[in-house]
Write a protein that binds this ligand. Structure first.
Ligand SMILES: [Zn+2]
Length: 380
């Protein structure tokens, strides 16, 4: 991964890049960025720069891409670049999963925790970074440097260390010479304080919708489609990519049809919609629910702030529908509806029967919508 391949160049990353180029990077770094926001990709770019044997550019901050080290880091097989990440099963470390890990980094460097756990077949199992993985980290860092200038330990999602993280404290505090820790996290509050306090924290802002649109367009995605996915993904480039693939950005019309059926509350309408919806598959159902929650979030923004500065991220026709819904849905109703939708997301994750789940949700939303203004009708 090279810097120019990243979706965006947040300010914090520029500072890390400069320090890496001048060999002044602290030995323990924590990169914090929301899911799909590019923390992992950024850490890979820094590792590539640190290990390059022939740095280019005026500031020596561009890896050459051609030296022995660059050829190996490009495949994530450099012997001085070590990885630790969540896995499943309590008696394993990261090593048996390295082939899948390298594949994931090549295909999806903006990987999210859940994407990764699905890739290794976690289904509903919790991932963790085990005691054995910690022992493995320490063992690897006690080895001599094989061929690079540095030994790098990239720990993806230290949130999953739990209390085992205490085993790493001494190593993080006083690592062997030329050792650099790159910890990449999504949620600082889930990391042991003892680890946090030993790392230099860099917060990386996620890419904007415009930056993601540009990146998706560069991958050959139609501009309008790219913009719709980017708007919906809210700084999560992994999600933006999957939205583009999953047709999910067309969920707007389906969502409005459902809301109309909920409003009218006819058993035939709700059943017909639910039957159709149950056929689109679990992934699309999850995307649909993300869209539905996005719609209501933007609806709330519209109701509180208006849209004078165009900050409501909905396409024109859905924005129009949101405007028509304004007099019909108050904030209490909104809170209840979004709770139902969030519950649906959890149930879909757990493989609930979609016909029962969404028919029930539709009936409950109908009851909520019809409470205060029974005579009104939402227009399309
Ligand atoms: Zn190089």
């Amino acid at each position: 991964m090279h810097f120019h391949q990243l979706v965006h160049q947040p300010q914090g990353l520029q500072q890390l890049r400069q320090m890496a180029a001048t060999d002044r990077l602290p030995h323990a770094n924590l990169l914090l960025s929301p899911p799909g926001g590019g923390g992992l990709a950024a850490a890979l770019a820094i590792a590539t720069l640190l290990l390059c044997e022939n740095r280019q550019g005026e500031a020596a901050d561009v890896p050459c891409g051609a030296c022995r080290a660059c050829r190996k880091t490009a495949k994530y097989i450099h012997p001085d670049l070590h990885f630790a990440f969540p896995t499943i099963g309590s008696k394993t470390n990261s090593d048996p999963f390295l082939p899948q890990w390298r594949q994931a980094l090549k295909e999806a460097p903006y990987l999210e925790a859940n994407d990764w756990l699905q890739r290794i077949g976690a289904e509903n199992k919790q991932g963790n970074i085990t005691r054995d993985a910690c022992a493995n980290i320490i063992r690897k860092l006690n080895l001599k440097i094989f061929e690079g200038n540095y030994k790098i330990m990239l720990i993806w999602l230290p949130e999953y260390l739990g209390n085992e993280g205490n085993r790493l404290l001494k190593m993080i505090e006083e690592p062997p010479e030329k050792t650099v820790f790159l910890l990449v996290a999504e949620r600082a509050e889930l990391i042991l304080n003892t680890i946090l306090s030993r790392c230099q924290l860099t917060k990386l802002t996620p890419p904007t919708a415009a930056e993601m649109t540009t990146a998706l367009s560069a991958q050959g995605v139609d501009a309008e489609r790219a913009a719709a996915a980017a708007r919906l993904a809210d700084g999560n480039f992994s999600l933006a990519g999957s939205l583009v693939e999953n047709e999910a950005i067309n969920h707007g019309p389906r969502f409005l049809t459902w809301m109309r059926a909920c409003f009218q509350g006819s058993a035939a309408g709700l059943t017909a919609w639910t039957d159709e919806f149950s056929k689109i598959g679990r992934e699309n159902q999850k995307h649909f629910l993300r869209y539905a929650l996005h719609f209501w979030r933007e609806f709330l923004l519209l109701s509180v702030m208006g849209n004078a500065d165009g900050n409501v991220r909905l396409p024109a026709n859905e924005l129009e529908s949101a405007r028509k819904l304004l007099p019909l849905v108050d904030h209490d109703q909104l809170a209840e509806i979004t709770t139902i939708l969030s519950e649906c997301t959890e149930h879909v994750e757990r493989n609930a029967n979609p016909k029962i789940l969404f028919l029930d949700a539709g009936i409950r939303i109908h009851q909520i919508l019809r409470r205060p203004k029974p005579q009104a009708q939402p227009a399309s």
